[in-house]
Structures are given as C-alpha cells and as structure tokens.
Design a protein around this ligand. Structure first.
Ligand SMILES: NC(=O)c1ccc[n+]([C@@H]2O[C@H](COP(=O)([O-])OP(=O)(O)OC[C@H]3O[C@@H](n4cnc5c(N)ncnc54)[C@H](O)[C@@H]3O)[C@@H](O)[C@H]2O)c1
Length: 270
C-alpha cells in the first residue's frame, strides 16, 4: 500500500475504523471520513500516533456536496486517490431497537445511506479514477444481502429493509464493475458476517427486547448468533474486514472485479 491514497466513508467507528487502521499500517495515506467529524478526528489521530498518515474529513454520504468537497480535499492534500471504500451504513431509523416491524423511515434511511450513499461516493471519485485509468473501489455490503434465511428470529422482521439494501449493494457492485472495467478500475465488495459494532448492538438490543430466550442483553444475543451460525464459531473483527479490503485494493487482486467476498466464518456459503 506504500504510495497509495485511500478514502474510507464511515471510517470513524466499527468496521470502517478497522479498514482505516489496516490500510494505514500497510503504508497507505488514509482520508478517514465520517458524518461525525469528531469520530473521524479520533481515528485519524490514532493512526498518526501509530506513525501512519491520515486526515479527518466530515462527509455525509447522502450529501453530494459534502462528498465532492471531501474528494477535492483529498486531492489537494495527497495529489491522487487510488482506493475508495464506501463503508458507511445504517441498520434503520430512530427507534429501531424498540420495534418488531419495519416502518417507512427504515426503508428511506437504508436506501439513502446503504444504497444511494454507495452510488454517490463512487460518482464523486470516478472522474479522477477514470482520468488516471486506475482505481480500486471496495463496497461494504453484508452476508445478509446474499441469501434470505427464512423466518429468522436472530435478526427479526424489522431488519428486512437493511437486508434488501445490502442485496442492492451487491448488485450495484456487479453493475459498476461492468461499467468502469474499461477504465482499469476494479470494483468489488466485502460481505462481513458478524462484527460487534454499534449496528450489531442495535440489533442485539432489539432482539433481547423481543426474543429474550436468545440472550439477556445485546452482547449475549451477538454471542449466541455467532455460535449458532458460523461453522468456525468466530466473530469477525473490524481488522478482519480491513485485511480483505487491503487484498482487494492491492495489485495482487488486479484480475478480480465484480465479486462479493464473504468474510463471515462460513455462515453463508455462497
Ligand atoms: N457489524 C456487522 O456485523 C456488519 C455485518 C455486515 C455488514 N456491515 C456493514 O459494515 C458497515 C459498517 O458498519 P459497522 O457495523 O461498523 O457500524 P457502525 O455503526 O459502528 O459504523 C458506521 C459508521 O458510519 C457512520 N455513518 C452513518 N451514517 C453516515 C452517513 N450518512 N455518512 C457518513 N457516515 C455515516 C457512523 O457515524 C459510523 O461511524 C455498514 O455498511 C454495515 O452495514 C456490518
């Protein structure tokens, strides 16, 4: 990653922060962006203290102007942009933890951040990547976008909009890869399984409210889901996802495009 420049959205927490740390450890200069500048600043400071190079950016992926301003700032600071990781995501709208069913706001929030947010982010970086005839875009989708699991008490009906948005993220990855391949731009996505983060805490709080037999609290539900579903019986860390992103961003993966890579300890096998 030496000499490469990366932009990560939602990089101030959870999986996005793990991706930023791994890319920086491997020598990339990293623009840590988040809707929360405070979070982006904190991860950027952590990378700098560990000897890496990072800048914090305030980017809301639903706001095209903030994306364009962020990309301009990366180009001013580092002169190029090689790797883009559209990672920002939400599980639903306010009150998600206390609902057993979805509401209109869940469809709107998941569509605008998890689907349109990926499109907006790609559109902001593509002019530069097309001009240089080089680029690696790695979307963060989910194993939940691969296959329905039937009446799944572990996740519940209120996560349906989220799961639909993640299927759309995978299809967007396929379509964009076909569209920009002629410019030597690779587009892939990573499908994480179960990573303890704010999103999983919301799901766990919801499930412990409605399916208390799964676990007494959010973390107990998460542990039960991990043991129940994953052949390897392992949760994934944010850095596990970062390692797979670093591989897809590397020139060792230059023949790979349009793919969705499960990093999920085997819980969904296709
Ligand atoms: N945690 C898991 O088990 C899991 C599994 C599969 C996929 N994912 C996906 O991984 C990605 C990261 O999720 P996470 O689990 O780390 O969640 P998280 O809530 O810990 O982190 C998400 C980050 O995105 C930021 N964000 C939210 N809305 C934004 C917006 N409009 N613009 C910019 N930033 C915004 C938040 O401030 C936060 O820092 C998401 O796309 C999520 O769907 C997570």
């Amino acid at each position: 990653m030496e000499g490469k420049v990366a932009l990560v959205t939602g990089g101030g927490n959870g999986i996005g922060a793990g991706i930023c740390r791994v890319l920086a450890e491997r020598g990339a200069k990293v623009a840590v962006s988040d809707i929360s500048l405070e979070r982006a600043q904190s991860i950027s400071d952590e990378i700098a203290s560990a000897g890496g190079t990072a800048i914090p950016l305030s980017i809301d992926v639903t706001d095209v102007a903030s994306l364009n301003a962020g990309v301009s700032r990366v180009l001013e600071e580092f002169g190029q942009l090689d790797i883009c990781v559209p990672n920002a995501g939400v599980v639903g709208t306010r009150g998600f933890e206390t609902r057993s069913d979805f509401v209109d706001g869940d469809w709107d929030a998941t569509n605008s951040v998890n689907v349109r947010g990926l499109v907006n982010t790609a559109e902001a970086v593509l002019p530069h990547m097309r001009e240089r005839k080089y680029g690696k875009i790695i979307n963060i989708a989910s194993q939940g976008g691969r296959a329905p699991r039937g009446p799944d008490v572990v996740l519940g009906r209120q996560t349906i909009p989220y799961l639909v948005s993640k299927a759309a993220a995978i299809q967007w990855t396929h379509l964009l890869a076909q569209d920009v391949g002629k410019h030597s731009i690779n587009v892939n996505c990573v499908c994480p399984g179960t990573v303890w983060s704010d999103i999983w805490e919301s799901i766990g709080v919801n499930r412990s409210n409605f399916e208390p037999n799964l676990g007494a609290d959010a973390r107990a539900v998460f542990d039960a889901a991990t043991m129940m579903r994953h052949p390897l019986q392992l949760e994934q860390t944010p850095e596990d996802i970062g390692h797979s992103v670093a591989f897809l961003a590397s020139d060792e993966a230059s023949e790979i495009t349009g793919q969705a890579l499960n990093v999920n300890a085997g819980s969904v096998l296709s």
